[in-house]
Design a protein. Structure first.
Length: 206
């Protein structure tokens, strides 16, 4: 009911969030806050979105069982599990190795068989996998125009990119839809977003 009151209307997104136990992805010290609408701290200076933000993101993907989705910034694996319930295939990339190990254990506990979790640089992985193309790409960070162009090039025809951006000092979530045949992508501003700038490379020490 909280998700509906917040404006989330897509039934598949609502079901995916409801079926994903957020407390299993929450660090133990914050477990009592798992069902409150709070962005919770993760190791390595990262954070985990609240359920409403996750639901809005899931709704924005407009993803179906035939879609291949790339997630950049898997974090605890919470949104990864939600996307896995919506998509046919999910490739989730995280630059912090310790987060990958912990997220993989949680996804294994939930028997998420259509997810590949990879330690690496998300934008680089998108370029490596561009030959197959992604139907959806989701970035849990603010990106610049150069990164947007690189990610759009990894989309399959008709694919969509959901990223964080800054316009006139305001942070928001944007959706780009590839139109093909040299046409510029269709851009839509979705909502305000509390995101940090995208970090490149991998963190070998964590």
């Amino acid at each position: 009911m909280r998700l509906r009151a917040a404006g989330v209307r897509d039934l598949d997104a609502l079901r995916a969030v409801e079926a994903t136990p957020r407390h299993l992805f929450t660090p133990r010290r914050y477990r009592d806050l798992a069902f409150r609408e709070l962005r919770l701290p993760l190791p390595c200076g990262q954070s985990m979105p609240d359920a409403i933000s996750a639901a809005r993101l899931a709704e924005a993907t407009r993803c179906g069982p035939r879609h291949r989705l790339l997630e950049i910034g898997a974090g605890s694996g919470y949104c990864t599990a939600i996307f896995a319930r919506l998509s046919g295939e999910v490739l989730a990339v995280e630059r912090y190795r310790s987060l990958v190990v912990e997220a993989q254990a949680r996804l294994d506990d939930l028997a998420m068989s259509n997810v590949e979790l990879r330690w690496g640089d998300g934008v680089a992985v998108a370029e490596e996998e561009a030959a197959r193309g992604f139907d959806r790409i989701v970035v849990h960070a603010l990106v610049d125009a150069a990164a947007v162009a690189r990610l759009l090039a990894a989309l399959a025809p008709g694919g969509a990119l959901i990223v964080g951006e800054i316009d006139e000092g305001r942070r928001h979530l944007a959706r780009y839809e590839a139109r093909g045949q040299g046409a510029p992508p269709r851009r839509e501003i979705l909502c305000a977003a509390r995101l940090r700038s995208l970090e490149t490379g991998v963190a070998r020490a964590l």
